[in-house]
Design a protein around this ligand. Structure first.
Ligand SMILES: *Cc1c(COP(=O)(O)O)cnc(C)c1O
Length: 417
């Protein structure tokens, strides 16, 4: 079945047209056409973003914010224009609520260091779900070591769904923050972040949402969610590596301490009178940032918006359904993560076959999937495995590719068993 023959009501995405924007999809791997199903680790980059990076270095390159010359002005305008695009993309009220970071990891570390160190005391509690990416676990563990805060773990059921009843019982008067992902990168579970936020706020706690997997799949509105902090990475939403953003409510950001010190983040520096900081968000953007990548993130968000996130999400759902159906016929294959509400992530293990062997062999057939712990060891441990195979889908994947992946998987399993 070709992607063009997909039922019309299921998607308004023109996948053939989407694919033309991604030059990398034309390459071969081991003499086979590339089938790229590792989108949850990094998505491919459309020509509009590649051209934007190229154009930046050909025409605009200059350090931003302090320059008085034309290039510095134009580069600053492009970079700050991207901040407006991120604000719109996340539904934030104010551009000052958008802090550029290297990605989700750095955004969470910024909250842990800028907000956590200023506001958390020994014995304060942070609720972290068992399905978090390590980048939303380890920063809190570092604070636990340093400050004596307590991490309480929100449990996950056998489908990979957060246990909401248990969640409600975890709050105490010491609970200061809930740190959860919007969509699990390991299993694809979509979490009810709005409900989680309401509950956190009822107890006077804040909520930080890791949106690294949600932003490529669905429209995000940080105000509708009620998120206090929201983090995402450019390279998972068709943008470049090395850039992402943290959304933080303005009064929270304003009350936070700077995390890193240096140029760009100060108002005045004096040995005698001390140093005053730049207003937010610049207070949190010490040093020369990833300017080209920041500008190109704007191009990526333009691409996503023009393509239509609702159409992308609906298409990925269709790919996931077909893949789920396809692999469920394979003898001895166990799906991990069977939540009713899932994004385009298919995680599985196969009796008698190591995930790594499957990953290596299927690569020989041109199919890129990820194998390993997906930076979610606590979640995998609950399911008694230390690695899974993970296929994850993006706007440019086709139903034919899904079928080819399932066929390749069957072949590979036959080889290793
Ligand atoms: C990828 C990912 C991260 C880390 O993102 P970086 O871009 O590596 O900083 C965090 N959380 C989730 C859910 C992810 O998928």
């Amino acid at each position: 079945m070709s992607d063009l023959a997909a039922p019309a009501e299921a998607t308004v995405l023109d996948v053939a047209r989407v694919r033309r924007d991604f030059p990398i999809l034309d390459r071969e791997v081991h003499g086979k056409p590339l089938i790229y199903l590792d989108n949850a680790a990094t998505s491919q980059t459309p020509i509009q973003v590649i051209d934007c990076l190229d154009d930046y270095y050909r025409r605009l390159n200059a350090n931003i914010h302090r320059g008085l010359h034309t290039l510095a002005d134009e580069a600053t305008a492009a970079y700050e224009g991207s901040r407006d695009k991120v604000r719109d993309f996340l539904g934030a009220a104010d551009r000052r609520e958008i802090v550029f970071t290297r990605g989700t990891t750095e955004a969470i570390n910024l909250v842990a260091n800028g907000w956590g160190r200023a506001h958390l005391r020994a014995g304060d509690e942070v609720l972290v779900s068992r399905m978090e990416h390590h980048s939303n676990i380890v920063p809190w563990q570092l604070l636990a070591e340093e400050l004596g805060i307590v991490i309480r773990v929100i449990p996950v059921d056998e489908r990979g769904v957060l246990d909401l009843a248990a969640y409600r019982t975890l709050f105490s008067e010491r609970t200061k923050l809930v740190a959860v992902n919007h969509v699990s990168n390991a299993f694809g579970t979509i979490n009810p972040v709005r409900e989680l936020a309401e509950e956190a706020h009822r107890h006077g706690a804040l909520i930080l949402v890791d949106g690294a997997q949600a932003t490529p799949h669905q429209v995000v509105d940080v105000q509708a969610i009620g998120a206090d902090f929201y983090a995402f990475s450019g390279h998972k939403v068709y943008g470049p590596t090395g850039i992402g953003a943290l959304y933080g409510r303005l009064e929270l950001l304003e009350a936070m301490r700077p995390w890193q010190g240096g140029g760009e983040m100060i108002a005045t520096v004096s040995f005698e009178a001390g140093t005053t900081y730049a207003p937010v968000p610049h207070k949190f953007e010490a040093g020369t940032p990833a300017i080209a990548e920041g500008v190109a993130l704007g191009a990526a968000l333009d691409w996503v918006t023009a393509t239509g996130l609702e159409a992308i999400g609906a298409w990925e759902d269709q790919l996931l359904r077909r893949a789920t159906l396809g692999v469920s016929r394979i003898d001895g294959l166990r799906l991990l993560g069977t939540a009713p509400d899932k994004a385009g992530v298919l995680s599985f293990v196969v009796d008698g076959a190591h995930a790594q062997d499957i990953g290596l062999l299927i690569d020989q057939l041109g199919v890129a999937i990820r194998t390993g712990h997906h930076c979610a060891q606590p979640l995998l441990a609950q399911f008694g495995v230390d690695a899974t195979c993970r296929a994850s889908f993006a706007a440019y994947n086709t139903l034919d590719e899904v079928d080819a992946f399932v066929a390749a998987l069957e072949r590979v399993i036959g080889m290793v068993r």
